[in-house]
Design a protein around this ligand. Sequence first.
Ligand code: KG4
Ligand code: ZN
Length: 336
Amino acid sequence: VKEVKILAIESSCDETAAAVVVNGREALSNVISSQIDLHTLYGGVVPEIASRKHIENINYVIEEALEKAGSTLDDIDAIGVTYGPGLVGALLVGVAEAKAISFAKNIPLVGVHHIEGHICANYVENKELEPPFICLVVSGGHTHLVKVEDYGKYTILGKTRDDAAGEAFDKVARAIGLGYPGGPKIDKISKEGNPHAYEFPRAKITDNAYDFSFSGLKSSVLNQINMAEMKKEKIVPADIAASFQNAVVDTLLTHAMMAVKESGMNKLAIAGGVASNTAIRAAFEQKCKEENIEFYHPSPILCTDNAVMIGSAAYYEYINGKRDGWDLNAIPNLKL
Ligand code: KG4
Ligand code: ZN
């Protein structure tokens, strides 16, 4: 069987990334140019700045990805690119670049859904993982509980009604003065905090038990901080962080286990930036061990936005026959 070598491009948010991936499972290179330092100045991602930086970086990032893989465009079988969801100006840079290369070198073009990419990150480091399984995708922009029926075939069981899990981490971190991006910082200081210092609420959605809501939890944390301020009491940031994180872990785990049980699938994977969280990993690992469920997660470098995951998703779309034309456009709210 012939190898399928894909050049993948990702630029949906604040990472300019390119990678070369073989048969959807093997990364020959993984280049990520992060803009985090730039956006930290503003406390979050500034779309206009993100687009400009993508334009400055993308050619170098692609060149480096090809070079590290020992490849040239002449041995690339297809180009995979994220075309949504994400920031429209950021997505457009990757899409335009992919179309230009595809046109100039006559290489097939495959548009990829960003969340499908996050899910497929699991295939790269877990060669034995195959659908069907349940995947919880938790990132700065998304909280999706997905039934992966087959390659390229997904059913969304639940998603967030308001804030994404990562967004909640970032907002709480800002409130306790930890700065941006908050997820990794909350993860770190929580290790010194008491997860039971505060009992923060765990939202339950009545009309779809698989859906999530994190805005009530976030408000409850902010109220707690404001109340302490009014009473001139000192808060212990590590206790707030640990108690907040505990509520998130609890909610995510309960939802994921419910999906595993009701689907009858015995495999659970997590993905997305928040899936790097050490408390989430530990809790999921332990619960899955107790319940005899196979548990999968990518390493942190493949949890955060990257192009390897896009190369993996593009491969499965490619072998299913998906090809895109010059009308491929960025779709900021693309549905899975
Ligand atoms: O997947 P990602 O890199 O970008 C999006 O597609 O959104 O996810 C970024 C999000 C941020 O909200 C960041 O705070 C969060 O992932 N994050 C974490 C951790 N590392 C990153 N949240 C909790 N714990 C972590 N260790
Ligand atoms: Zn992402």
